[in-house]
Design a protein around this ligand. Structure first.
Ligand SMILES: C[S@@+](CC[C@H](N)C(=O)[O-])C[C@H]1O[C@@H](n2cnc3c(N)ncnc32)[C@H](O)[C@@H]1O
Ligand code: SF4
Ligand code: SF4
Length: 349
């Protein structure tokens, strides 16, 4: 624990769950881990399994995040699962590429889902296609138009929208267009810029740390444009200068995530956080409450913020909000054979 850091007490049960509904995606974006790593198991939550395994914890939660590394809307039971969760009055959130937002899903989430992030990198038809590897920009815009029309009909601000875009150095010249896109689609939470990590050698030169000045210049320009338009712009990891200061002592930002939050994959494996490599339990044999109070999570917590005895996961933390932007080893995954939650590199060729 760094000097002066607050002592952390775990809540009696998690108050925030990250539940991956499906380990599939309809896209293979050029920057995404999914293009280079395979999940441990391609599977998804059924409504039954969700009710049985996650249901008992729902009355205790303040928050539930319904995605992590894949695409929640590929889950066959997304609509009934969301209907079920909505009955508990919890704040709900997920991030999506938005292409599968059909009328049934729109009807289910409008007025009930708290936050929805739409991920898009590339704001012209060509650049969208280059980055998302699919000619889907028009469809996304139509889906967002339908979603916003339904929000207006019901007189609701929910789901509150945010646009998320990946800050690869060769995509930064479209940051102002991202701001315009957020404005055009009434994204109350504006634009979030995610700091890019590279999963393939060809992409290493596009990491912010390769050219911090270009990153700083582009983000300043976009900030000025966003301010003029009255649109929020958030750099998820802070500016390079802020991030360097925040991560200097530990190698990552001080983190209290596993003291209030727990993460589940659709195969039932439970992780101390969405970026951990090793599970601390499995819902096949244990309940979430047992895992929360178990020895494996206690041992993991001891190594989160202790610079002398840090968990390898935390020393190499890849979580956007906790990660150092300037240490190559936590931004360059081009040679990694494994990735958090049991992903393994795809065979060459
Ligand atoms: C992996 S996706 C999963 C959820 C959903 N499929 C989506 O795209 O929003 C979650 C977020 O990670 C971002 N992302 C993907 N690959 C990234 C990378 N290499 N560096 C930084 N952010 C990345 C995506 O843009 C997206 O906003
Ligand atoms: S849509 Fe999301 S999960 Fe799918 S490939 Fe793109 S970034 Fe990855
Ligand atoms: S891996 Fe990162 S997000 Fe997870 S507990 Fe460690 S520091 Fe926190």
């Amino acid at each position: 624990m760094p000097e002066g850091a607050p002592a952390i007490r775990a809540t009696s049960l998690p108050v925030h769950m990250d539940v991956e509904l499906s380990s599939k995606c309809n896209l293979r974006c050029r920057f995404c881990h999914l293009s280079y790593f395979d999940p441990k198991e391609v599977t998804q939550f059924s409504l039954d399994a969700f009710k049985k395994k996650i249901g008992p914890i729902l009355p205790h939660l303040a928050w539930i995040t319904l995605f992590n590394k894949y695409e929640a809307l590929t889950c066959r039971d997304f609509v009934p699962i969301f209907d079920y969760v909505a009955g508990f009055g919890i704040e709900t959130y997920f991030s999506t590429n938005g292409l599968l937002l059909d009328d049934a899903i729109i009807e289910t989430i409008v007025g009930r889902l708290t936050y929805l992030t739409i991920s898009i990198t590339g704001f012209t038809r060509d650049s969208y296609k280059r980055n998302m590897k699919h000619d889907g920009l028009d469809r996304l815009q139509r889906n967002l138009d339908r979603l916003n029309k339904r929000k207006r009909e019901l007189g609701t601000r929910y789901p509150i929208l945010r646009i998320s875009t990946v800050g690869m150095l060769d995509a930064l010249d479209e940051l102002e267009m991202a701001v315009d896109f957020a404005d055009r689609h009434d994204a109350e939470e504006g634009v979030q810029l995610t700091a890019f990590k590279a999963h393939h050698a060809d992409l290493v030169e596009l990491m912010p740390l390769t050219d911090p000045d270009a990153y700083t210049r582009a983000s300043r320009r976009a900030r000025a444009h966003a301010q003029a338009k009255g649109v929020k712009l958030v750099l998820q990891s802070g500016s390079i200068a802020e991030n360097t200061a925040d991560t200097e002592a530990l190698g990552h930002r001080f983190c209290d995530l596993p003291w209030h939050r727990l993460s589940v994959q659709p195969d039932g494996e439970v992780y101390p956080c969405p970026m951990a490599y090793e599970p601390i339990g499995n819902l096949a044999g244990e309940s979430l409450a047992e895992i929360w109070r178990g020895e494996r999570l206690t041992a993991f917590r001891a190594g989160v913020n202790d610079a002398d005895n840090m968990n390898p996961d935390c020393a190499g933390c890849t979580h956007c909000r906790h990660r150092s932007l300037t240490r190559p080893e936590v931004n360059d995954y081009s040679r990694a054979e494994t990735y958090p939650t049991g992903m393994t590199r795809k065979p060459a060729g």
